[in-house]
Every structure is written in structure tokens, then in C-alpha cells.
Design a protein around this ligand. Structure first.
Ligand code: PFF
Length: 447
């Protein structure tokens, strides 16, 4: 079975695919809205700190587990330690992947709607006030359900074509184009009248705004954005070749992912202050601001069509990666064919995604702890399941995996400086678990 596992064809393919998983709505939709909700600069600083102090070591840990065992998260725990009690981390990962896939597909569906509206010229034909009203009406209706289902169906079709053909080809072409477009939009935003206010909001930290909610939000965003803590990077690493340098791939992926998030912030916040919007508007923020940005640009409809198409593709490379967790699990653990596993995964997400899509309208009063289904899925997965999974993975790799395996994996076929290895092990043993535990405890009001 293991000998037959597919492998990524090239080094570029590895980076493009891990970046493809990391970069998506998390950077362009979730990062700006979380930054807005949590007060700006200080959130960004803490977020970036978490990415590099906790995120990079935990990605390395997932890479080590995946490549050394060439298996999914369950098989990896079993192969490396053999005790059944670690299996619950795998179940947590599967649960997180399905919850995320469900609400993520709703937002991806919004991008499809905006793409269609851009191409048909509807978006450009409305003035700012009626655009916001139209978006509100769209969100509260039934149409988002249709787009959520369409998106999930497209996701399933690509997955059925297998690892190399489907995932690599899409991500290889997509990422550089998206990057260039974002830079063009940044320049446009920097020329807006609200630019200095927007940049001050994003980059000038005000630590008086930091509380346990900001810490937990930044930690959750770091894990969400890096696709970390649920076994996505682990599953992808099981397809890496022995030559892939793990540390370098982890650093490059994190750096690029952070760049895209910051670019998105530089695009959104100058516009927020220029158009007098509320930075703390929540999940709808980016979708209300972006059309205003495009409206200002020459050939606005063209830019917005291109942008929403790319955002749709970026979402797709992310949903493909999170679906891989469930699919690999159903295949290897229950012996389902890839086709059946993909369809099962897709079907579960379709049911839950429908509930999420309706939670802005018909089901808005269906709440748990005051959160709608959409918000609940987002909060539970990003702020609880992913950091908890990441904490357990770092404890596992730091304390229970043989140091020889760590060394071999991190070294790969090249070499690695001894101090880098020590720093990573130190972070995995102490820094990441303690950091995550402290954020949790402060969230619970214990400290
Ligand atoms: N990292 C993705 C993003 O920022 O859009 C979201 C994501 C992908 C989360 C894959 C989790 C995952 F397994």
C-alpha cells in the first residue's frame, strides 16, 4: 500500500502545494476581519509572533510525522508510538477538517457569486449603498446554499482526479498570478485618501487593546492560516520525496502565507478608512469593501472578475488540502475506494455547509453559546481544535518521537546545522506547548 502512494513531482510542486493549502480565504477574508475585530496593530504583531515561534516548529513536526511514516494522521501516530490513546488527536483533526470545509465553502460560494456579478456587470452597475444592501440580501437568502453546493461539487471533482494531476497543476499556475494582482491592488489602496489612517490601524500596535480574546484570536488565526494542527501538512508531507528540505519548506510556506495576509491588510484597511466603513464589521467586512475598491479602478469589472476568480481558485487549493485528511482517513482506515471516500467527505460537508450558509438568514436564530452555526464551526475549529491539535502534535514529536527520526527527517538528503535542530526541538518540547497552554488558560480566565 505504502509503495503505491503518489508523490509530488518537483520541489516547486511541494512549495506550491503547501502554499496553496495555506493561502486562501484565511489570508484574504479571515485575516483582515479578525484584525479589524481585534483592534489592528497589536493583533498583527502577536499573530506574526505566533506564526514564527509556534507555527514554524509545529509545521516541521507535522512534516516529520507525515514523511517518516508516509501515512495519514492516525497511521502516523500508530507507526511512531503504537499506543492507541493518541488516536483522539486524529479524530479531532478529522472533525476540524469537516467543520472548516463546511463554513469555508460558504465563503468560497460568496466569491463565486461575486465573480458572476463581476462578469455580468451587476456589481459595477450598483452604487455603494445598494451594493451593501444587495450583499446583505444575498447572504440572508437561499442562493448561498446553491453556491456552497456547487463549490463543494467542484472540489470533489478535482479530488477525484488524484494527487498529482489535480492538486499540483492547479496550484502551480495559480499562486504567482494571485501574488502579482495583490501587489497591484496594494498600490491602488496606498493611493487612497484613507491610506495613512488604514496603515496606522494595521501597523501601529496599541497594546491597551490586548486581552485574552486577542491572544486566542491571533493563535487561532495563525493555525487556520497555516492549515495547521489538524493533519493537513502531515498528510501532504506523506507525499513529499525524501529530498524535500523540511525546515526550508516550513519557513518558506509560513513567510509567503504571512506576506499574503499582510498584503490583504494593506489592501483592505486604507479602503475601510477611505469609505468610512467599520473595521470591526466581522465576516462580511472584506466582501463589502472589495467592490468599493474595484469601483475606483479603471476597468473595475475586469479586475474584480479576475480577482474573484483567483480567490475562488485559492479557496479551492485550500479546500482540496483539508478534504485530503478525511479522504485519506476513509481510504486507509476503512478501505474505501478513493472515489467513495471523496463522495462521503463531500456529502457530509454539503449537509453541514448548508446549515452554515443558512445561518446568515433563515437559521440566524439557531445559536449555541450565542454563536450561529457558521460562527460556532469557525470558533470551535480555529480557536480550539487546531491549537489543541498543534499542541499535542508538538508534545508528541518533541517528547515521544525518537531523536534519530527527527534528525534524519530534518536533515533529509542534505545537511542541517545542529543549532537549528536544537532550536526546533526546544520549541516543540517547551515553547509551543507552553505558549498554547497559556493562551488557553488566559482564554478561560484562569490567568
Ligand atoms: N489555510 C487556509 C486558508 O488560510 O485559507 C485554510 C485551511 C486550509 C485551514 C486547510 C485548514 C486546512 F486544513
Amino acid at each position: 500500500m505504502k509503495e503505491n502512494r503518489a508523490q509530488f513531482a518537483t520541489r516547486l510542486g511541494v512549495i506550491a502545494t503547501t502554499v496553496g493549502s495555506a493561502v486562501g480565504l484565511g489570508n484574504i477574508w479571515r485575516f483582515p476581519y479578525e484584525t479589524g475585530v481585534h483592534g489592528g496593530g497589536a493583533f498583527l504583531l502577536i499573530y506574526v509572533g505566533f506564526i514564527f515561534i509556534i507555527g514554524v516548529p509545529v509545521i516541521c513536526a507535522e512534516f516529520i510525522m507525515g514523511r517518516s511514516t508516509r501515512s495519514n494522521i492516525f497511521g502516523a501516530f500508530r507507526a511512531l508510538h503504537g499506543r492507541p490513546q493518541w488516536a483522539w488527536i486524529g479524530y479531532m483533526g478529522i472533525l476540524a477538517s469537516i467543520l472548516i470545509l463546511s463554513f469555508y465553502s460558504v465563503v468560497a460560494g460568496w466569491t463565486v457569486e461575486y465573480f458572476v456579478q463581476s462578469v455580468t456587470g451587476t456589481l459595477a452597475s450598483l452604487d455603494a449603498g445598494s451594493r451593501h444592501e444587495a450583499f446583505d440580501m444575498f447572504c440572508t437568502g437561499w442562493k448561498p446554499v446553491m453556491w456552497t453546493l456547487v463549490f463543494l461539487a467542484v472540489n470533489a471533482v478535482i479530488l477525484l482526479r488524484g494527487v498529482k494531476g489535480g492538486i499540483e497543476r492547479v496550484s502551480n499556475v495559480l499562486m504567482p498570478v494571485l501574488f502579482v494582482i495583490l501587489i497591484i491592488f496594494c498600490i491602488n489602496s496606498l493611493l487612497m485618501p484613507g491610506a495613512s489612517e488604514g496603515l496606522a490601524f494595521l501597523f501601529r500596535p496599541d497594546f491597551s487593546k490586548v486581552d485574552s480574546g486577542v491572544l486566542l484570536g491571533a493563535l487561532g488565526q495563525a493555525f487556520f492560516s497555516l492549515s495547521l494542527g489538524l493533519g493537513t501538512m502531515l498528510t501532504y508531507a506523506s507525499y513529499f520525496s525524501d529530498r524535500t528540505p523540511l525546515v526550508k519548506s516550513a519557513v518558506v510556506t509560513s513567510a509567503l502565507d504571512t506576506c499574503v495576509a499582510v498584503l490583504a491588510g494593506v489592501i483592505i484597511f486604507p479602503a475601510v478608512f477611505t469609505f468610512g466603513a467599520e473595521p470591526s464589521a466581522g465576516p462580511k467586512l472584506v466582501f463589502e469593501i472589495l467592490p468599493d475598491i474595484f469601483h475606483r479602478l479603471p476597468w473595475g469589472a475586469l479586475w474584480s472578475s479576475l480577482f474573484f476568480f483567483l480567490l475562488f481558485l485559492a479557496s479551492l487549493t485550500s479546500t482540496i488540502s483539508m478534504s485530503e485528511i478525511g479522504i485519506a482517513f476513509f481510504c486507509e482506515q476503512f478501505g474505501l475506494t478513493r472515489k467513495k471516500a471523496t463522495l462521503l467527505n463531500c456529502l457530509i460537508a454539503m449537509v453541514l455547509g448548508t446549515l452554515c450558509a443558512l445561518s446568515f438568514g433563515p437559521l440566524r436564530d439557531m445559536t449555541v453559546f450565542g454563536l450561529t452555526v457558521f460562527d460556532l464551526f469557525d470558533y470551535v475549529s480555529s480557536n480550539i481544535l487546531l491549537p489543541l491539535g498543534g499542541m499535542m502534535i508538538s508534545i508528541f514529536v518533541g517528547w515521544f518521537v525518537d531523536r534519530g527520526i527527527l534528525r534524519t527527517q530534518l536533515r533529509g538528503t542534505g545537511s542541517i546545522k545542529e543549532w537549528i535542530l536544537r532550536v526546533i526541538v526546544f520549541c516543540l518540547r517547551y515553547v509551543a506547548p507552553a505558549g498554547i497552554a497559556l493562551v488557553f488558560l488566559s482564554g478561560l480566565g484562569v490567568i
